[in-house]
Write a protein that binds this ligand. Structure first.
Ligand code: SF4
Ligand code: SF4
Ligand code: FES
Length: 259
């Protein structure tokens, strides 16, 4: 591998905002090329050298991060126009797709901006509470072995379990907006995941009642953007389709039995 030239520099444009109700503005920074550089290391450089290309000393850019290995989703932002994780977005690839630069960094647009590139993803966690995204376990004492699950079912659920609540699927979804109550692909897929869990299915009816209500599965327009952008390659549209079939059965049962 050819070592990067330490004198080489590239430009980074950052969309900044002091808070959700504040106006957004752009600033440009020059950053030296370093080996194994990702967007987090670019932001660390800017934090240590917060001077724009027109010579102004500014407040360091604010962003969020946790695991630094594409597991927590906290560092997700819109990079060169596409929502992705800044810890796994590598500078050489970003420069190649931007024809040498500048690399653009923006906050996701579907969540309130806390500051600069840091957004509040709380709606996703609230939606997980709405769809009861957990396995109900009564008490902390040993309950013995749980029900068995087929390898095929484990494999199907494993794919969905990789969700890191990053928000890329919601950023890309035309139906998910800041001012509506659509649950979005992430929460619907998780509801399906827990409905298919042998113990989790104890709450299946309650989850399906939520998915049948406002903001539920019927609000999905099947645009399929979500499945194309999910960094964990979760089969989101398949999960939404299967949740939709569970809903149909649930609705028919409800019609005849009232529960
Ligand atoms: S299929 Fe389309 S409308 Fe439905 S959740 Fe995915 S992106 Fe949104
Ligand atoms: S489903 Fe995929 S894109 Fe959506 S929040 Fe989970 S990991 Fe991110
Ligand atoms: S810091 Fe956790 S996904 Fe990037």
């Amino acid at each position: 591998m050819i070592a990067p030239n330490p004198d080489q520099k590239f430009l980074v444009r950052v969309k900044r905002q002091d808070g959700e109700s504040q106006p957004a503005y752009w600033q440009e920074f020059e950053v030296p090329v370093r080996p194994s550089q990702n967007v987090i290391s670019v932001l660390q450089y800017i934090a240590a050298n917060p001077t724009t290309t027109d010579g102004k000393d500014v407040e360091p850019v604010v962003w969020d991060a946790g695991c630094l290995e594409e597991v927590c989703g906290a560092c997700t932002m819109v990079i060169n126009g596409r929502a992705r994780q800044s810890c796994s977005a590598l500078v050489p690839e970003l420069l190649a797709e931007a024809n040498g630069g500048p690399i653009t960094l923006e906050p996701m647009t579907k969540f309130p901006v806390v500051r600069d590139l840091f957004v509040d993803r709380q709606r996703m966690f609230d939606n997980l509470i709405k769809v009861k995204g957990w396995v109900p376990i009564d008490g902390t004492h040993s309950l013995g072995a749980g029900p068995t699950e087929s390898p095929e079912k484990q494999e199907e659920r494993y794919a969905i379990s990789r969700c890191m609540t990053c928000g890329c699927c919601l950023e890309a979804c035309p139906q998910f907006t800041k001012d509506n109550d659509f649950l979005g692909a992430q929460a619907i897929a998780q509801a399906y995941y827990f409905n298919e869990h042998e113990t989790g299915k104890k709450l299946k009816k309650e989850r399906l009642d939520v998915l049948m209500g406002p903001g539920g599965v019927s609000d999905c327009g099947n645009a399929q953007n979500c499945v194309q952008v999910c960094p964990k390659e979760i089969p989101l549209t398949e999960a939404i389709g299967k949740a939709g079939r569970q809903l149909t059965v649930h609705a028919v049962k409800k019609f005849f039995t009232g529960s």
